[in-house]
Design a protein around this ligand. Structure first.
Ligand SMILES: *[C@@H]1O[C@H](CO)[C@@H](O)[C@H](O)[C@H]1NC(C)=O
Ligand SMILES: *[C@@H]1O[C@H](CO)[C@@H](O)[C@H](O)[C@H]1NC(C)=O
Ligand SMILES: *[C@@H]1O[C@H](CO)[C@@H](O)[C@H](O)[C@H]1NC(C)=O
Ligand SMILES: *[C@@H]1O[C@H](CO)[C@@H](O)[C@H](O)[C@H]1NC(C)=O
Ligand SMILES: *[C@@H]1O[C@H](CO)[C@@H](O)[C@H](O)[C@H]1NC(C)=O
Length: 450
């Protein structure tokens, strides 16, 4: 009797030890199945906006096409508008949830919707395609309203083009390859700034390096939108602009209102132009027309980067250089002060900004610009251009590099007149046209004892 009971006890313990893991595994399997099922079957709440990602191509393997934040975050129903719109795109472009990457270009299920989308592409500004009045839309400030109204629109006609800016009939590809293409955001009325830049740091042509090293070919273009009665009380300067362009041939102008919240468009449209008309350039400086750049020193810096890159990649045969430098700001919060021009309401964007290069200008390589152009097709337009570039960089899984030579906040007041104080400066914000001329002259020959 006693013996039998011992066996029985032993058995039940054995059963327990076998059964428990089995049951736990079973539960786990059920849990995973249910989770996957929920994930796949969950359709994000319909935001009735008739947007379409223009030109998303099947060749997306080199991009981080999935969101880098956890996409398991399924429900963003009551989040901010931009986050929700981006979330919808992220799901749409998620290769895990949406099968293979060729599936990305699949037709939308709803044929009716796709018809509307087609029309919208051809006619961005039509009433039909604008954002249907969502609840929160009414309460946005006017600037944000104007932005939301047209944020699905990225194609604007080029009114003034420079198709031959980088054309060469001596090279095989038909393009000459400037070392540095300067793309400067300007406005129609800022003639004096442009002229000062042409005469100083933005002069087109062969430019010597600061330390009498190689230097390189520099080309300069100015990026303009439309400035007329729709952007405020502006005198009609069209004839003047035409004259200026005849003389200098360095104006790019697109058909959109040149406002602060439309500046991001200049980046996107410039990338389109770059790809088509100047793809053989090596680096781009993108900046404002009220900064001062030490072009020679910048060329030296770029040569150094190239040398280092070539040494690093000597074995891998990788020619593309990923360079993105500027005055990098990390962990910035959106400006919530309604009276400022950077104001972003919490109902429009939630969260911290990704690291971005702020201030008057950044330098990036053209190969990176072309990757940014591609990934930007999956990032909703954001009203602040610097932040938008940061968002695109994050999508590529890259971080902008900080360079202490980019001075967004200028030198200490007492040093501004001293040439030696500029020794390690690449860019300084801000300088008036007159200051540019004086400073340029002063910095031509930095005393050797600096
Ligand atoms: C994808 O890339 C390959 C090689 O990079 C190219 O040959 C092909 O045409 C591309 N396809 C599309 C749809 O862009
Ligand atoms: C990917 O999707 C396309 C179109 O939906 C389909 O033709 C193709 O067979 C799929 N490829 C794979 C590997 O599943
Ligand atoms: C390049 O083209 C221009 C105008 O099209 C022409 O005047 C010039 O002679 C050409 N140069 C060469 C080297 O072919
Ligand atoms: C941007 O430009 C478009 C086209 O001109 C215009 O409809 C829109 O209102 C502008 N956006 C802002 C924020 O000014
Ligand atoms: C680099 O790769 C290209 C294309 O694969 C090849 O033609 C070229 O010879 C390679 N260069 C070196 C230095 O390996």
């Amino acid at each position: 009797m006693a013996k039998f009971c011992k066996i029985c006890k032993c058995n039940s313990r054995l059963i327990c030890m076998c059964l428990l893991p089995c049951m736990m595994t079973g539960h786990l399997v059920v849990y995973i199945t249910v989770t996957i099922f929920v994930t796949i079957s969950y359709a994000p709440p319909k935001i009735t906006v008739h947007y379409v990602a223009s030109g998303v191509s099947a060749n997306s393997s080199e991009m981080a096409s999935h969101p880098l934040s956890p996409f398991w975050n399924l429900r963003l129903v009551d989040s901010a508008l931009w986050n929700r719109l981006q979330h919808a795109w992220d799901r749409e472009h998620n290769p895990i949830l949406r099968g293979n990457t060729t599936g990305l270009t699949r037709k939308p299920k709803n044929e009716l919707l796709s018809e509307i989308e087609k029309e919208c592409i051809s006619d961005c500004m039509s009433q039909k395609c604008s954002v249907p009045l969502m609840k929160e839309y009414k309460n946005f400030p006017d600037q944000i309203k104007a932005f939301v109204w047209s944020m699905h629109c990225r194609d604007y006609q080029l009114l003034v083009n420079q198709p031959d800016m980088c054309r060469s009939n001596t090279s095989d590809s038909g393009f000459e390859s400037p070392m540095l293409l300067m793309a400067i955001k300007s406005q129609v009325g800022n003639f004096e700034n442009r002229q000062a830049i042409r005469e100083t740091w933005g002069r087109s042509g062969l430019v010597k390096g600061q330390s009498k090293k190689k230097g390189g070919l520099v080309r300069t273009v100015f990026l303009l939108g439309r400035q007329d009665s729709s952007t405020g009380p502006h005198p009609d300067l069209r004839n003047l602009l035409e004259l200026e362009n005849q003389k200098y041939g360095d104006i790019l102008q697109w058909d959109f209102r040149d406002t602060f919240f439309n500046l991001t468009l200049k980046d996107l449209l410039f990338w389109d132009w770059l790809q088509e008309y100047c793809p053989a350039a090596m680096f781009v400086f993108k900046g404002d027309d009220d900064v001062f750049v030490r072009t020679g020193a910048l060329l030296d810096y770029l040569h150094k980067q190239l040398e280092e890159h070539n040494q690093r990649e000597i074995n891998t045969n990788k020619t593309d250089i990923n360079l993105f430098v500027g005055d990098v700001i990390t962990n910035a919060m959106p400006n919530r002060e309604p009276s400022t021009k950077y104001f972003i309401p919490a109902r429009f964007y939630k969260g911290v900004y990704p690291p971005y290069a702020g201030g008057g200008g950044v330098v990036y390589s053209v190969s990176l610009a072309l990757r940014l152009k591609k990934v930007s097709e999956r990032v909703r337009l954001f009203p602040i251009d610097d932040v938008y570039l940061g968002m695109c960089m994050r999508r590529l899984g890259l971080t902008p590099s900080h360079h202490p030579g980019f001075l967004t906040f200028d030198l200490p007041e007492t040093d501004r007149g001293k040439p030696c104080a500029y020794k390690s400066v690449l860019l300084v914000h801000r300088r008036s046209p007159k200051q540019m001329l004086t400073l340029w002259k002063k910095l031509q020959y930095l005393p050797g004892k600096c």
